[in-house]
Design a protein around this ligand. Structure first.
Ligand SMILES: [Zn+2]
Length: 75
């Protein structure tokens, strides 16, 4: 059996735990950004009245159906 000292065991355990947390964090962040990029193209947030609406046209400037002001696409 491999014998290691207790402080080395704690250091290795902590390093593996932090590496696991980092990998999970990066994975969830990657999934979240991919979903946000997919949905952000169609959802527009009005800067004047604060309403959100969906528009699937290819225009870059859209008029709000609630207040009528022009908004740029966010992405
Ligand atoms: Zn509006």
């Amino acid at each position: 059996m491999i014998s290691i000292s207790f402080p080395l065991f704690v250091a290795i355990y902590l390093a593996m735990f932090l590496a696991g947390v980092l990998i999970l964090w990066l994975g969830y962040e990657w999934v979240r950004r991919r979903q946000a990029k997919r949905t952000a193209r169609n959802h527009v947030f009005c800067r004047i009245c604060g309403s959100r609406y969906t528009d699937k046209s290819f225009l870059d400037v859209l008029d709000c159906p609630v207040c009528g002001s022009w908004n740029e696409r966010s992405s």
